[in-house]
Design a protein around this ligand. Structure first.
Ligand SMILES: [Zn+2]
Ligand SMILES: [Zn+2]
Length: 363
């Protein structure tokens, strides 16, 4: 009897323990992705507990972003090790703190790069939380979505459009939201020419958003991949070509989403007078090669040309992208992977094997 009791106790204890732990992929240092096949390690980790203003989200899908490559290879510094990456999270609220009144247990929510900001500085007050010096990012300053669960402030989670599936919602939370911000910052007017330089996860969403918002604007797409050029044509690009190709006319606005430096130079050279180049990259991979950074004032900058970079996203960008996505409806092209296959998905991005957006699916 005692023995049986002991066994029962052990079984109960195991069940309890299994509810307190979760599977997570962690990064424990800087790795070069061309040399290291498995930079992220699958571990069992304590399941997080939400504070009074936080929600506990059971992750159903998490998008894979190029920024994770920057984090793994050390161009973007994570706040601590070991850390769980991932900032395009879709999931269900499983528990919430006592001060959460906006969202309910069981709600489907999305979580993006914006985790928190101070809320009181001049930037936060003007809706530029992305520039706050206390800006915190999901999967960089706090654990992200490459795990079965994560905890976030209730105010950093967004209800998802009902029309979109779990995997189709994930890429909207970064690739879509930052693309939306690029379009906002571009100042483009309907009828003006837009150039998309690079055509990965974000580019193919920007094209669909731009077609909807600026129906009379010709959109030119510059990418080295033949497959991506075909996709761009299917989605309504007026012209496609190589990264450094000369388009049929100059651009009123260019959006550069490539990870390298050269397109900044070629992009400025094909800008119309008074045109603007938006650079959507958290880092550029070859800025250490001065021979590549050759700006010619007359050719690249004169005639009131402008350059603007995009840093982070605001809550308004994420919410704005989600509501636009529902109207269009915006349909990301996705490739699905399991949580365990994240290393493979990251390596494919590193090697340029990108077909739309990559999403980890947890079921
Ligand atoms: Zn991202
Ligand atoms: Zn602030």
């Amino acid at each position: 009897m005692l023995k049986k009791k002991g066994l029962l106790y052990k079984q109960n204890q195991e069940r309890e323990n299994c509810c307190l732990v979760m599977k997570a992929l962690v990064l424990d240092g800087v790795y070069n992705l061309t040399e290291c096949q498995q930079p992220l390690t699958l571990v069992e980790k304590e399941k997080p507990v939400p504070g009074p203003e936080e929600i506990l989200v059971r992750v159903k899908a998490c998008g894979v972003c190029r920024t994770e490559l920057d984090e793994i290879e050390g161009r973007v510094k994570v706040a601590f090790y070991p850390i769980v990456l991932g900032h395009q999270v879709v999931g269900v609220i499983e528990a919430k703190g006592i001060h959460c009144h906006q969202l309910c247990i069981g709600d489907w929510v999305g979580i993006g790069w914006f985790y928190s900001s101070c809320g009181t500085c001049r930037f936060c007050q003007q809706g530029q939380q992305n520039l706050c010096s206390e800006f915190k990012a999901t999967g960089l300053d706090v654990n992200g979505g490459y795990a079965e669960y994560l905890v976030v402030p209730e105010t950093s989670a967004y209800r998802l459009p009902e029309k979109l599936s779990v995997v189709h919602s994930a890429p909207l939370l970064c690739a879509g939201a930052i693309g939306y911000r690029c379009l906002r910052l571009s100042g483009l007017k309907d009828g003006q020419t837009l150039g998309l330089i690079g055509f990965g996860a974000s580019g193919h969403l920007v094209l669909q958003m731009a077609k909807y918002l600026f129906p009379h604007s010709p959109i030119f797409v510059f990418t080295r991949s033949v497959q991506e050029r075909q996709l761009a044509q299917q989605l309504g690009a007026a012209w496609t070509g190589e990264i450094s190709a000369v388009p049929p006319s100059l651009l009123d606005c260019g959006i550069d989403t490539t990870p390298v430096w050269q397109p900044v130079i070629t992009g400025l050279a094909i800008l119309q007078k008074g045109g603007r180049l938006i650079i959507n990259a958290i880092s550029k991979e070859d800025t250490d090669k001065p021979e590549l950074i050759k700006l010619n004032y007359q050719k690249h900058l004169w005639q009131e040309k402008e350059i603007k970079t995009v840093a982070n996203v605001t809550p308004q960008d994420i919410a704005g992208c989600l509501s636009l996505a529902e109207k269009i409806p915006l349909l990301p092209k996705v490739q699905e992977y399991s949580l365990e296959e994240a290393n493979l998905a990251l390596r494919e991005i590193k090697m340029g094997q990108i077909k739309g957006a990559k999403v980890l699916r947890l079921d």
